[in-house]
Ligand binder design. Structure first.
Ligand SMILES: Cc1ncc(COP(=O)(O)O)c(C=O)c1O
Length: 316
């Protein structure tokens, strides 16, 4: 894995190179191993091009989804399509392709990838246009499907747990776009992640504008509070409604856990006995500390949910 240090991230504050740790987060595939499907052609990702006047590039005017396979099957593809459409509607990007067309193109791309688990990113931008915010009915969205081999994190690494820190960058800025939309505007999350790695952590925990817990830079947050209560910020708490989060909440209820989806104060972090993050690429990732406070890792409840997830999805 290429270290973040080798990537030479610039420190947002000082404009100097950040001192960062090797990330324990699951790395997406290397660009050199990825392929792109654009307009019916499959080509190496590094040869893929979009026009500079694509509004996805000019204005961050794009939506995306990340999907992965377990044992060769795409996990919850229709949930990802649904969220892609919800986000596109929120941005008023017309998506004229049907789910079965999208699924067919994903399979076409996967047919060119080596056999094994796959990472797929669907990306729809508003498309090339004028340097103007004015709506242009003739503008055609661009669809890109990017894919590569997916390498799951080893169970031993997951079991050691990740380190998370709360950061000062809020999940949403005043007059926010809806944080529930999975758009190409990821700057708050990216800056929050930079801050976390500068502080030697693996993931940043962002708060809402009112100081409540929201989520990780690219993950949802779960806490286990005393009495085996599974608590997670509600979808009103400026979070993305993660596909993995939904799966885990259902699982938790099925195994009889008390589940609380509500506005959570930052003090809950101090009461938590266990905590974990969820996302497509990390499934269930236990946290071993938050802001330097050690947690049971993985504690008994997290372990039950990890095992339940493995039974459901076929892996972690
Ligand atoms: C901000 C944010 N929250 C949560 C998630 C987890 O969502 P999912 O489980 O659908 O991957 C992601 C995934 O990228 C994310 O970017």
């Amino acid at each position: 894995m290429r270290s973040l240090r080798a990537m030479g991230f610039l420190c947002p504050r000082a404009g100097t190179l950040c001192s960062v740790t090797e990330s324990r987060m699951v790395p997406p595939p290397r660009v050199s191993d990825m392929l792109a499907w654009i307009d019916g052609s499959v080509l190496p990702l590094r040869d893929a091009r979009i026009p500079v006047n694509d509004h996805g590039f000019l204005y961050g005017d794009s939506v995306y989804e990340t999907v992965r396979t377990f044992q060769g099957e795409l996990f919850r593809l229709s949930d990802h399509f649904r969220r892609l459409r919800t986000t596109a509607r929120g941005l008023r990007i017309p998506i004229e392709w049907s789910d079965s067309q999208l699924a067919g193109w994903v399979e076409e791309l996967r047919g060119h990838l080596p056999v094994g688990e796959h990472y797929i990113r669907l990306l729809v931008t508003r498309g090339p246009g004028e340097f103007s915010y004015a709506p242009d009915p003739s503008q055609k969205p661009t669809l890109m499907i990017l894919g590569g081999p997916f390498q799951a994190t080893a169970r031993e690494v997951l079991e050691k747990g990740l380190v998370a820190v709360t950061v000062g960058i809020p999940r949403s800025v005043p007059n926010p776009r809806n944080p529930g939309l999975k758009t190409g505007n990821l700057l708050n999350s990216r800056l929050a992640y930079f801050e976390a790695i500068e502080r030697g952590a693996d993931e940043a925990l962002l708060l809402t504008r009112s100081g409540h817990l929201a989520e990780g830079s690219s993950s949802n947050l779960f806490l286990i509070l005393p009495g085996e209560v599974l608590a997670t910020p509600s979808i009103e708490s400026e979070i993305l409604e993660g596909v993995t989060r939904t799966v885990l909440l259902k699982l938790a209820r099925e195994v009889g856990l008390e589940v609380r989806e509500e506005e959570l104060s930052a003090e809950c972090l101090v009461q938590a006995e266990e905590a974990f993050l969820s996302s497509t690429s990390r499934s269930v990732a236990p946290l071993r500390s938050i802001d330097g406070r050690e947690l049971g890792c993985p504690g008994p409840v997290t372990r039950r949910l990890m095992d339940g997830f493995i039974r459901l999805a076929g892996g972690l």
